[in-house]
Design a protein around this ligand. Structure first.
Ligand SMILES: Cc1cc2nc3c(=O)[nH]c(=O)nc-3n(C[C@H](O)[C@H](O)[C@H](O)COP(=O)(O)O)c2cc1C
Length: 286
């Protein structure tokens, strides 16, 4: 798909077809897209755990839920738990691990060439001892990092490009730690859900009523960036800007989905659909 169309099509999908599995080839492509994202010093800051919904017991799936993300864990066949590895930089530094900048290998591969002022001496006498060493000897720093965000962004767009619905939401860090042997230095960032949408892509609009002007400035923090209407029209033609408003039938769609899920789970589950759809309990031996 054209990049503009991928961006234009992406929506936060909440309802997934629980019966339609996601091909592992597509999952792998999503992970490769994340791996190839830009990253500081070429350090692999993100870690990801791929979880197959049907290999979890209902109790374990419930344990992963958070107040804002419940039904996704029941409906999406695959979730990727994304982490920020707070030890990745210091470990690469300590072990001089290829191919990170801290190992000097990026310089040796001429990714940071002498032309740009890099030299073996600069890496070994300045970058390593004076910049990275002191920065990483201060210990783990929580709060996520931009690198992981960039990787997740590529993963999200790659999923959409392959026809998958996807969405992000927090998961229970404690439950995941217990269930999946998560190392202490991994900080939970977000869960990414993958599945084929049960809802229509066009049901919910693309950010109705949102005006970029109050968020983007030019030259200083008071002068709004001048958005050009002609450019905007070309983005509409390219498929990047799509219908901003929800479809007129969105409310009916939601009501229908609600009935469908209540029927499958029993009405007492209410909005959160806390159990799997009938027929989608974990498989024997999982
Ligand atoms: C870091 C992050 C956390 C999010 N957490 C939740 C969440 O807890 N529950 C949820 O339903 N959606 C969550 N979302 C999705 C946003 O609500 C959604 O992207 C936003 O409403 C805009 O809608 P759109 O993605 O369809 O354009 C999250 C998105 C991001 C980037």
């Amino acid at each position: 798909m054209e990049f503009a169309r991928v961006v234009g099509r992406r929506r936060d999908i909440h309802f997934y077809s629980p019966w339609q599995p996601v091909e592992m080839e597509k999952v792998q492509k999503v992970l490769e897209a994340a791996r190839l994202a830009s990253r500081a010093m070429n350090v692999a800051f993100f870690k990801a755990i791929v979880v197959l919904r049907d290999q979890l017991s209902p109790a374990d799936r419930d344990a992963l839920k958070t107040p804002f993300a419940r039904h996704q864990f029941d409906l999406a066949p695959v979730f990727i738990l994304w982490y920020h590895d707070m030890d990745a930089g210091p470990t690469d530094f300590a072990e001089r691990r290829w191919p990170a900048v801290p190992s000097g290998a990026v310089y040796e591969a001429l990714a940071l060439p002498p032309l740009l002022g890099w030299s073996d001496r600069y890496v070994s006498e300045v970058v390593l001892p004076e910049v990275l060493g002191p920065a990483w000897s201060r210990g783990r720093r929580p709060g996520g990092n931009a690198d992981v965000g960039v990787a997740i962004g590529q993963a999200v767009l790659c999923a959409v490009d392959q026809g998958l619905g996807t969405s992000l939401a927090p998961f229970s860090e404690d439950a995941a730690r217990a269930l999946f042997s998560v190392p202490e230095g991994w900080e939970a960032v977000t869960a990414q859900f993958l599945g084929y949408p049960l809802e229509d892509w066009a049901g919910i609009g693309q950010r109705a009523g949102e005006d970029l002007a109050p968020a983007v400035f030019e030259g200083d923090a008071r002068t709004p960036f001048a958005f050009d209407e002609d450019h905007r029209e070309r983005l509409v033609a390219a498929g990047m800007l799509t219908a901003p408003d929800s479809a007129p039938w969105r409310a009916s769609e939601l009501a229908y989905l609600r009935r469908l899920l209540d029927e499958a789970n029993g009405p007492s589950q209410g909005r959160n659909h806390g159990t799997p759809l009938a027929g989608h309990e974990p498989q024997e031996g999982a």
